[in-house]
Design a protein around this ligand. Structure first.
Ligand SMILES: Nc1ncnc2c1ncn2[C@@H]1O[C@H](COP(=O)(O)OP(=O)(O)OP(=O)(O)O)[C@@H](O)[C@H]1O
Length: 367
């Protein structure tokens, strides 16, 4: 086997997902119930708030936690299937894992860290070290093969961990917050390199992350879970355009409301009315970015606008702008430039008027 070749075992026929799983785990009051399929070469990002069940899903796939029900089939092989009393231990699963803190062996060199996986999968020492050297070269780490983990930078250690996971030519690569331990600058470079390595990986990849940017840059498809269940799934473009829960709206940085549409007018649950550019009838979501919200000292006039009196509840830095949290008939986030904030003398507790043009809002069916 050469570098880049993947152990797909009995690869599934064309059109059949490489990973075909229904992960069901009961942990006290919490239940994970996650159908999950991933095609060969596909990168899926699993996102969700704290406690949503991401780590639980990852642990079932890695063989660190058994399923309570459901099944886990990889490359046509049942790895965990309680109904059939099938369970495959971690070391016999064709899976590579990059943990958040990498979990490199501190006493082993980079080369031996990477050779560890192939050795465990039955390669002799010489072959395994040869394979490890090839992977480290691919990662641009040839000069560092003899270094111990503590002699590596964060970005280098991350690449050693990735080389170790990929060196076993896994049918499924699991990445647990792979960039979280890096500083912002290193994260940018490492994310770009990771993207290339994932594009070259013929197996399936599951990326567990809190970071929407990692998901948008690295993944072909996003699966978002809350309370152990899928709340939204699809391409980054679909999800960023049409969030369906408050968590997803915050993730993609939009204000989101639910209401009943009659033509261009939407009546929200608390009696507030928004006018939108889109026409619908029935239950809808309506979304707009914080940058679409303008703040004024008094009631603004002018064409198709939604305006309402609001109170400043909080002010935070947000990139080059300030993000203003407003309370009032609806809770809303508004982005303003520091110059505009100074001109308006914005301070917490201050009353202002908020305005959003109908054309800058998007409405879509909630069904
Ligand atoms: N060992 C355990 N025993 C019982 N319940 C657990 C155990 N570990 C986690 N849980 C519960 O399972 C649920 C899901 O936890 P999990 O760690 O999978 O979430 P997560 O999405 O990874 O969260 P985070 O982003 O905070 O890591 C939580 O409600 C948690 O309290």
């Amino acid at each position: 086997m050469t570098v880049g070749q993947t152990v797909l075992g009995a690869a599934p026929p064309l059109g059949v997902p490489l990973l075909d799983a229904h992960l069901v785990v009961d942990r006290g009051a919490f239940r994970l119930d996650l159908p999950l399929t991933i095609d060969p070469g596909e990168v899926v990002a699993l996102l969700g708030p704290n406690g949503a069940g991401k780590t639980t899903a990852l642990r079932t796939l890695a063989g660190l936690l058994p399923l309570s029900a459901g099944h886990l089939t990889l490359a046509g092989r049942d790895l965990d299937h309680p109904g059939r009393r099938v369970w495959t231990p971690t070391e016999r699963r064709p899976i590579g894992v990059v943990f958040q803190d990498y979990l490199l062996f501190p006493h082993l060199s980079a080369l031996d860290n990477v050779a560890f996986g192939p050795r465990r999968h039955g390669m002799n020492r010489h072959q395994a070290r040869h394979r490890a050297a090839e992977w480290l070269a691919r990662m641009g780490l040839t000069e560092h093969v003899r270094r111990k983990p503590r002699q590596l930078s964060g970005g280098q250690a991350q690449r050693v961990a990735l080389a170790r996971a990929l060196a076993v030519a896994p049918a499924l690569l699991l990445l647990d917050e792979p960039l979280a331990a890096l500083d912002a600058r290193t994260r940018l470079d490492t994310r770009a390199q990771l993207q290339q390595h994932l594009a070259a990986h013929a197996g399936a990849t599951l990326l567990v992350t809190h970071d929407p940017l990692d998901a948008l840059v690295l993944a072909d498809r996003l699966v978002i879970i809350e309370h152990g269940h899928v709340v939204q799934e699809g391409s980054a473009a679909t999800i960023t355009a049409q969030p369906r829960t408050d968590y997803v709206a915050r993730l993609v940085g939009l204000n989101l409301y639910r209401g009943r549409a009659t033509g261009h007018s939407i009546l929200l649950a608390d009696g507030f009315r928004l006018t939108t550019g889109d026409q619908h009838d029935g239950e809808v979501f309506v979304a707009f970015p914080p940058s679409a919200v303008a703040l004024h000292p008094g009631q603004p006039d002018g064409s198709p606008r939604n305006t309402w009196p609001a109170t400043i509840a909080g002010i935070q830095r947000h990139g080059d702008n300030l993000r203003i949290q407003l309370t009032g008939p609806i809770e809303v986030a508004a982005d303003v430039t520091p110059a505009a904030a100074a001109q308006l003398r914005l301070t917490p507790g201050q009353p202002v008027w908020a305005a959003v043009k109908a054309a800058e809002t998007r409405a879509y069916p909630a069904g």
